[in-house]
Design a protein around this ligand. Structure first.
Ligand code: AMP
Ligand code: MG
Length: 487
């Protein structure tokens, strides 16, 4: 079905270690992403029994060559020299319809040489969460790994309690992380490090090869992609939850969905993850953390760069400093879209700051606010204005903000601006309580709610009755305040 190639496995041993999947008791297919498979060049899709056998690791997929990848990482600020794929296997790469090389990886497929104390498995809950959230991000045009398949294993995995197990198949531009570079650098083998960096340049940043210093150009390109990525996360209230350097993709995609969640009531200090006790990865900290991760990336590249001594450090530091202006520029563009302003408007930043303060003080739901604002921009009706004012505990203050906004916005008069506004403001996000509801039903053997939610979050601008039902913010009793790591 897929024509695998194996470029990454030509890199030296500790970066890629041949490893077989451990079969599971009774694989059953939950979901298979046929449109993505076609994008990857699949002509025919086999029956669900074969898919379950393949995407659980029970039967080898023709031409796949499974291996675990080595990487290191700063976890909550502490360096761990060896992490690696403890429960994942790279099957190989496929060249997609656009000619882009993409990784296909099983997650939860059994122990590997990097498993340390872990069982190499995944519980069903995190598999369903990653499927829903990553496919929503893709539908929003936010760079992300994709969901190709999910299979239940017929086995139990023990976490806080015994849970059903599952295997997830994801597709990524690559699984190379900042932590992969830290791992290569920690081997103290410059040939290995250079082989990795050259692989990344060839694969993701070919223009860097022609620069005066390709490794400096590589750093610059990665900084630019991360800046765009984090700005896009923030524009939909996404909180990754575990922005360790091993979860930071060199290709600039969202990767390793663990205890991630979307902010509902607007609060810059919001944290969901139960393990983030120091609030290191709070919503508003994400740009600074990404920049910190990029500084760790820069450190690994220094031995390959042309300059030496202070001049070298100065040069690399200057590139890391560029993160902020690049982030700000992308954010300004996104703010303008979200508010229905023209891209040149100098009102985007002050108006957004005003609205954020309204959302925070008035305890407003972020997604519902922008959706209501979009509906109001479309109609300019009293009904929609009232609908928006009903979302805040401080309607007078919001009404004053609305007057200023109304004077600046152009979406109501310009269909192109309105289209940009709509596509920046989803009707629906995968809300925590809905994701939890789907997981609870699946643990009782009912996957219908998962399929329903998946269908609506992957059409996030559709204004259907079903979407409206599943889009509504949680009531006080429905709220999920804590999310747990996928491990
Ligand atoms: P994560 O929190 O999923 O990004 O994982 C952090 C590290 O722990 C990675 O090296 C994973 O491969 C490893 N890991 C997580 N869960 C397991 C597991 N169940 N078995 C083995 N290794 C795991
Ligand atoms: Mg990870």
């Amino acid at each position: 079905m897929l024509s695998f190639e194996h470029l990454y496995s030509t890199l030296p041993e500790p970066l890629w270690v041949a490893t077989q999947a451990t079969p599971v008791a009774q694989p059953e297919l939950i979901a298979f992403n046929a449109p993505l498979a076609h994008e990857l060049g699949a002509k025919e899709i086999p029956d669900s029994t074969t898919l379950a056998e393949w995407f659980s690791g029970n039967q080898p997929i023709p031409d796949a060559k499974p291996g675990a990848l080595g990487y290191a990482g700063h976890q909550f600020g502490n360096f761990v020299p060896q992490l690696g794929d403890g429960r994942a296997l790279l099957l190989g790469e496929v060249i997609d319809q656009q000619g882009i090389r993409r990784d296909v990886q099983l997650k939860g497929s059994g122990r590997t040489p990097f498993s340390r104390g872990g069982d190499g498995r995944s519980p069903l809950g995190p598999v369903l969460r990653e499927y829903l959230v990553s496919e929503f991000m893709a539908a929003m045009g936010i760079p992300t790994t994709r969901a190709l398949a999910a299979v239940t294993s017929g086995e139990r995995v023990v976490r806080q309690m015994a849970e059903p197990g599952a295997v997830f198949t994801r597709v990524a531009s690559s699984h190379i992380r900042v932590g992969t570079f830290q791992f290569a650098a920690a081997q103290r083998d410059e040939t290995l490090l250079k082989a990795l960096a050259d692989h990344v340049i060839e694969r993701h940043y070919p223009d860097a090869a022609n620069a005066e210093d390709p490794y400096l150009a590589l750093l610059e390109a990665v900084v630019a992609r991360q800046a765009v990525l984090i700005a896009r996360w923030m524009s939909v209230g996404f909180i990754h939850g575990v922005m360790n350097t091993d979860n930071c993709s060199i290709a600039g995609e969202t990767i390793d969905y663990g205890p991630c969640a979307f902010m509902e009531q607007f609060d810059p200090q919001k944290v969901f993850s139960s393990i983030d006790e120091g609030r290191r990865y709070a919503f508003a900290n994400q740009p600074a953390i990404a920049q910190w991760n990029l500084a760790r990336f820069a450190e690994t590249l220094l031995p390959l760069m042309r300059e030496e001594g202070d001049a070298l450090v100065e040069q690399a530091t200057e590139i890391i400093r560029r993160f902020k202006p690049l982030f700000d520029a992308e954010q300004r563009r996104l703010h303008a879209d979200k508010l229905g302003l023209s891209p040149e408007s100098d009102q985007a930043v002050p108006l957004m700051e005003g609205l954020e303060s309204q959302m925070h003080q008035g305890r407003m739901d972020m997604t519902a606010t922008f959706d209501a604002l979009t509906q109001y921009a479309a109609s300019m009706s009293d009904e929609h204005r009232e609908g928006l004012l009903a979302l805040t505990t401080q309607p007078n203050e919001l009404a004053a903000w609305l007057d200023t906004w109304q004077a600046a916005q152009v979406a109501s008069q310009d269909s192109q601006r309105f289209a940009a506004m709509r596509s920046a403001n989803p009707v629906i996000i995968p809300r925590n309580h809905r994701v939890q509801e789907v997981i609870d039903a699946a643990y009782d053997g009912d996957f219908a709610p998962f399929h329903t939610l998946l269908a609506v979050v992957t059409q996030p601008f559709d204004d259907s009755v079903e979407a409206r039902r599943l889009a509504a913010p949680a009531t006080d009793s429905e709220q999920v305040l804590r999310t747990f790591c996928g491990t």
